[in-house]
Design a protein around this ligand. Structure first.
Ligand code: NDP
Ligand code: MG
Length: 343
């Protein structure tokens, strides 16, 4: 029996994880948390709000599934990595913000870190065949693929929330519309696979069938394909190194189309790459500024194009020097949030 602690149980990933766990006789949910909503039917196992450390210490899980959204996911990420407890990581923001510190914690804890993000789950599976020479992350392009900047000036949160292929929580859905999600994923891939930024490519692939491609030095490239359904990477991460059955049908082959991203319109992609290459706490600041800007957009306090403008401005003003410990990282996150000038 694998004993699982689920952080972010009320969210999009959290609810799908409860379904996957319920369908598998060898998976047991022993603890669950949410931010502020009650967790239906799981009262005995749960904690709403606050620091999850005590719950994790009490539950002593075999695996932590971190499905919290945003920088708030930092605590369970670090707890699992420090304690050598297998971490199934959906919360990409914690790895982006805390990359170096998280990897140092993992070296001390010696546990497994298994990505749940679909592209990274795909790359993780492909990378079992050899050392990656370079990586390709696919992006659907979001609801505004093919639009010009002028056409995006007045788009509403409702339009941005209408994702063409994936059904997800609001923050990541807006990130998919700005391509900040793919920006975060470039940094996530850099830390997960120790591949330099100039060897991580992004390609637009509207049907979201190919999730990731690993290129090897002998000229072979291996791709991971499947219907866009997060229950597949969730199930993989929870049952690794085994592969359990899921209700998702086998893939019917179809024509696969790819196109280049438009970096002028979708500035968040280039800004992520720059922040990643600069290193230090620049990725933390990119993430923090984006979180504040996305919330402001969802609350209609700023326009869609202001998200990238505000993040770019904040990145121009931060001190991106590396954080020596978690307290310094939390401080870098706080300062970057303050720099985002929205009221
Ligand atoms: P949701 O917004 O649907 O769910 C977020 C979860 O986090 C909820 O359970 C929420 O609780 C909880 N939460 C929010 N704030 C806090 C906080 N301060 N402290 C503790 N818990 C909190 O998000 P998603 O499920 O869409 O995404 C979760 C993570 O997975 C994100 O990092 C996202 O980038 C990543 N991811 C998601 C994918 C998807 O398909 N949804 C795909 C790939 C990655 P409450 O309900 O009480 O607010
Ligand atoms: Mg993804």
């Amino acid at each position: 029996m694998k004993r699982i602690a689920l952080l972010g149980a009320t969210g999009s990933i959290g609810r799908q994880a409860i379904e996957v766990i319920g369908a598998h006789p060898d998976l047991e949910l022993v603890a669950a948390t949410s931010g502020s909503q009650p967790i239906d039917g799981l009262a005995r196992l749960t904690q709403v709000g606050g620091d999850p450390t005590e719950l994790l210490e009490r539950a002593q899980p075999d695996l932590v599934l971190n499905a919290v959204v945003g920088f708030a996911g930092l605590v369970p990420t670090v707890w699992a990595l420090e304690h050598g407890v297998t971490l199934a990581l959906a919360n990409k923001e914690s790895l982006v913000a805390a990359g170096e510190l998280a990897l140092a914690a993992r070296r001390r804890g010696q546990g497994d870190l298994i990505p749940v993000d679909s592209e990274h789950s795909a790359l993780f599976q492909c990378a079992q065949l050899g050392e990656p020479e370079s990586l390709v992350l696919t992006a659907s392009g979001g609801p505004f693929r093919g639009r010009t900047r002028e056409e995006l000036a007045d788009v509403t949160p409702e339009q941005a929330l209408a994702h063409p292929t994936w059904s997800m929580g609001p923050k990541i859905t807006i990130d998919s519309a700005t391509l900040a999600n793919k920006g975060l994923e470039i940094i996530e891939a850099h830390f997960l696979f120790a591949v330099d930024y100039d060897r991580i490519e992004v390609i637009i692939h509207p049907p979201s069938i190919v999730h990731g491609i690993v290129r090897f030095r002998d000229g072979a490239s291996v791709a991971h394909l499947g219907y866009p359904d997060m229950r597949v990477p969730i199930s993989y991460a929870l049952t690794y190194p085994e592969r359990a059955a899921t209700p998702i049908p086998p893939l019917e082959l179809q024509t696969l189309v790819f196109e280049q991203p438009d970096p002028e319109t979708f500035r968040m992609l280039a800004l992520a790459r720059e922040a990643g290459e600069k290193g230090g706490t620049y990725p933390c600041a990119y993430n923090a500024a984006n979180e504040v800007a996305v919330q402001a957009f969802l609350e209609r306090r700023i326009g869609f194009l202001d998200i990238a403008a505000l993040v770019e401005d904040a990145l121009g003003h931060v001190d991106g020097s590396p954080a020596r410990d978690l307290a310094e990282l939390v401080e870098a996150d706080r300062r970057a949030r303050e720099l985002v000038a929205v009221t």
